[in-house]
Ligand binder design. Sequence first.
Ligand SMILES: Cc1ncc(COP(=O)(O)O)c(C=O)c1O
Length: 440
Amino acid sequence: MKTTPISTNLVDTILKELQIEKIGKASIRQIVKLVNEIEKASGVPFIRMEMGVPGISATQIGVDAEIKALERGVASIYPSIEGIPEVKKEISRFVKLFLDVDVSENGCVPTVGSMQGAYASFLALNRRHKDRQTTLFIDPGFPVQKAQLKTLGLPFKSFDVYNYRNEKLKDKLLEIIADGTISSIIYSNPNNPSWICFTENELKTIAEIANKYDIVVIEDLAYFGMDFREDYGNPGVAPYQPSIAKYTDNYFLLISSSKVFSYAGQRIASLVISDKLFNQKFENLSSYFGMDSLGQAVIYGALYTLSSGTSHASQFALAAMLKAVNNGEYKFLDYVKVYKEKAKLMKKIFVENAFSIVYDKDIDKELADGFYFTISYKGLSSEDLLHRLLYFGISAISLDITGSERKDGLRACTSTIKVEQLPELANRLKIFNNYTFEKC
Ligand SMILES: Cc1ncc(COP(=O)(O)O)c(C=O)c1O
């Protein structure tokens, strides 16, 4: 095979035009823009695996509730920043029914996506103590959260957890927090991008350290229940989605609606603050927010100044979706299981074409199939692999930007690729695997 499906010159010219010098360092949105431009110029539709956009329609219950709310006239009325009573009630019920954790409605607050939930959490949590402002990322992770801390001018540390699973986790955490600067710890579970899932023991370890050293754990549950090896989808019935909230009161939970309800466009999520933290006072907060209670600082300090609350209509949507889920009328995980099926098929195609799965084990168990998986190819760097795949009309993101220690991997997202496109993926990967590159 002498030519690539897309001209190498064309791809390289567009890379230059967009001033992307190192594709391995490009952000997700930069890759989206790049691929849009290449598709436009080449006329070749990509197999797009770069961005975690839901691949299915928004939950209709939410859409209907939102339309009704708009027709009632909520658009002209500022919403409560704390959240409308209906949504606060259903978030609290959801936490009880799907995590088996009690939390009062006060600490259940809608946010403009989990993006805003994280931003507000960083803003408030890392200002509790003058001398402790650092966030620790248990990586690999979602790169935008580090970008948020950069915009806030707040420090962070990180480590790749893959080599510190299970009993090794405690010592690693103790080593990192030893300098006494860590104020919060954040991770996603299931993990974006590797799809590893913490065990109850690991969560206990993190919680013990949080309790002992007054660290708040920000648990990002953007992919709630999507470890499909277990069925976490039945209200009030075990097994429950594993959560730090079972083991410590030092928690903030971020529960996005973007993936579980395919509601990314409406930018709504739940921020859940433990009762203890919600009512706790920290003198240092006063100079930033004019109040010393953490719950009040998050709502009337951070969220007020960021957006003065979350869109009124989408609060009604979230309330309605959660109510249906809580009442057992809507089995939300049944609708997103399609990602598991696709991951299984896609991984097989990659492996058949000489790729390897980078994060391939969950301690001693097989990794779950879900929204993301990670790939490498014959020791190529992430930079080179991503660059070369573009010539074959395939896009992903580099693990380099996720805090992964692996410099040879990419994250692939299963969401937007259609099952009908899988033969084309197989075809392109076969050509890729047989192609001899002179230089990249
Ligand atoms: C781990 C993680 N956290 C947060 C988000 C953002 O969620 P939202 O769309 O609710 O802002 C994402 C989106 O991909 C994510 O993967």
